[in-house]
Design a protein around this ligand. Structure first.
Ligand code: GDP
Ligand code: IMO
Ligand code: MG
Length: 461
């Protein structure tokens, strides 16, 4: 088995002197892919639970340590910390087949089968079935990941979906299965996808799910609540990002769940009072996958946009699609902070900007002659917004090893951001000033050690 060693220098910020330890929320502050996986992996060293509370395998969270790269879609990013239990929470939609692939990959890597031992699936989570994937394949507008996420949430809202807790009750109900497949085939036909769901197949799929996961399906909200009462540290791992939130994002170019802090506890089956700290993860620039307005977008064919895509290896973790790139958007970040009240920001991929002559920050929009400091509500209006930039001097490109050396120096000499060059530090401080959020950690490479944490802060590993 290969597990990480527990990194004990990590300050026990979350448990000092408290009886009921609050849960900590980690969220994407932009349009997803900000580096949530890495942040969760870092904090997992000092936590005993990592809980996904929404979304499904539309997420792709990357954890890198040494030669190992984990690409996690549904399994929480605390997996490589052996002491960390994991929950696929109430608010999720879960594809059992993709989960099996993920679990098999982990078994091949580590020799561990965590399901039922330290990995649990909420009884209340919804099952993503082949029907949902087929229905999602008809999307022509949003540019979804095609994983069946929207259709699975739609069934849930219509109250016709199947939750893990329900399988036992319906699996032998032939009338229910026949009616359900009739509905599914009708819906597929209506969007031009060949109707192909047979009730016998649905039944055998459900039987397989029960057999495969019977040890893991649990009342996970009760378990997490119990852990909190037991003074354990709980991480609530967001997927996607604030701008992809169904209610607050760039609708309709959003995902189908509430990605924000308000859902972190609800989707985990605990109450909101447990949360004291909420960290937003943002890149030092911006990326977006799929369709929808993106005011600070750059060309992928040339200049800084191409630089970000190339150096940052900006391809979707789930679909492999090229990510669109652009400058950091403070307007969006401030909206994100309004919704989530970040205790701190993790600024990732600062290293990627190395080698650019100048770095811009979008500090406002101009829309039809008007100056905006807030995002308009509709995507139609947002698409009309022209970015207003301020410009900062760039800094030199460094090799991966040089960045790691900088991160090590910060740790060893306990100098925090003092390890950065003046131009880098100016950029970081400017983001803090403009956003009004303190930066608690700066990513300078994919590896879990390639981070520069603020002294004594939550990421001071
Ligand atoms: P998530 O969905 O928010 O977990 O992010 P993804 O894993 O989809 O995408 C982030 C990508 O950036 C992954 O390939 C990470 O390994 C990588 N990454 C994370 N932080 C950094 C960083 O500070 N610098 C660089 N160069 N890469 C990073
Ligand atoms: P992580 O957790 C980036 C985007 C899709 C599409 C829209 C709706 O890795 O940050 P969906 O399949 O959810 O119905 O697609 O949302 N999207 C993401 N973009 N990172 C993600 O997850 C995403 N999950 C969904 O590209 O535009
Ligand atoms: Mg991702």
């Amino acid at each position: 088995m290969i597990f990480i060693t527990i990194r004990t220098k990590y300050s026990n910020t979350f448990s000092a002197g408290r009886r009921y330890v609050p849960a900590t929320v980690i969220l994407g502050a932009q349009w997803g892919d900000e580096g949530k996986g890495k942040a969760i992996d870092q904090l997992a060293a000092n936590s005993t639970w990592a809980v996904r509370f929404q979304g499904g395998n539309n997420a792709g969270h990357t954890v890198v340590y040494g030669d190992t790269t984990l690409k996690l879609h549904q399994i929480p990013s605390g997996i490589s910390s052996q002491h960390c239990s994991m929950v696929l929470g109430d608010g999720m939609v879960i594809d059992p087949w993709v989960l099996e692939e993920e679990l098999d990959r982990w078994y091949q890597l580590s020799g561990e089968r965590p399901e039922g031992k330290r990995l649990f699936i909420s009884e209340r989570a919804s099952v993503i079935l082949p029907f949902h994937r087929l229905y999602d394949s008809a999307d022509k507008v949003v540019g979804t990941t095609g994983r069946g996420i929207g259709p699975a949430y739609r069934d849930r809202i219509e109250r016709v979906g199947i939750r893990f807790a329900d399988i036992n009750n319906i699996v032998d109900d032939v009338e229910y299965l026949q009616n359900t497949t009739k509905r599914m085939n009708g819906q597929l036909e209506s969007v031009g996808v060949k109707p192909s769901i047979e009730w016998e197949k649905l039944q055998s799929d459900l039987k397989w799910i029960l057999e495969r996961y019977s040890d893991s399906i649990k009342p996970t909200g009760l378990m997490v609540d119990f852990a909190l009462k037991n003074d354990e540290n709980v991480l609530l791992e967001g997927a996607q990002g604030a701008m992809l939130d169904i209610d607050q994002g760039t609708y309709p170019y959003v995902t189908s769940s509430v990605t924000c802090r308000a859902n972190a506890t609800h989707g985990a089956g605990i109450h909101a009072g447990h949360v004291e700290q909420c960290f937003g993860i943002t890149k030092a620039y911006t990326t977006r996958v799929g369709n929808g307005p993106f005011p600070s977008e750059l060309s992928l064919e040339e200049g800084p946009g191409m630089h970000m895509a190339k150096v940052g290896n900006e391809f979707g973790t789930t679909t492999g699609r090229p990510r669109r790139t652009g400058w950091l958007d403070i307007v969006a970040l401030k909206e994100s902070n309004r919704l989530n009240g970040y205790s701190g920001l993790v600024l990732t991929k600062l290293d990627v900007l190395g080698g650019l002559d100048e770095i811009k920050i979008c500090i406002g929009y101009e829309m039809e002659g008007k100056l905006l400091h807030m995002m308009p509500t509709t995507s139609v209006e947002l698409a009309k917004c022209e970015p207003i930039y301020e410009t900062h001097p760039g800094f030199e490109a460094m090799t991966e090893t040089e960045w790691i050396e900088m991160a090590n120096k910060s740790r060893v000499e306990n100098i925090g951001f003092g390890a950065l060059t003046q131009d880098m530090l100016n950029y970081v401080r400017r983001i803090e000033k403009l956003s009004g959020i303190p930066i608690v950690s700066i990513g300078v490479g994919p590896d879990r050690d390639a981070s520069i944490a603020s002294i004594g802060g939550p990421f001071d590993i």
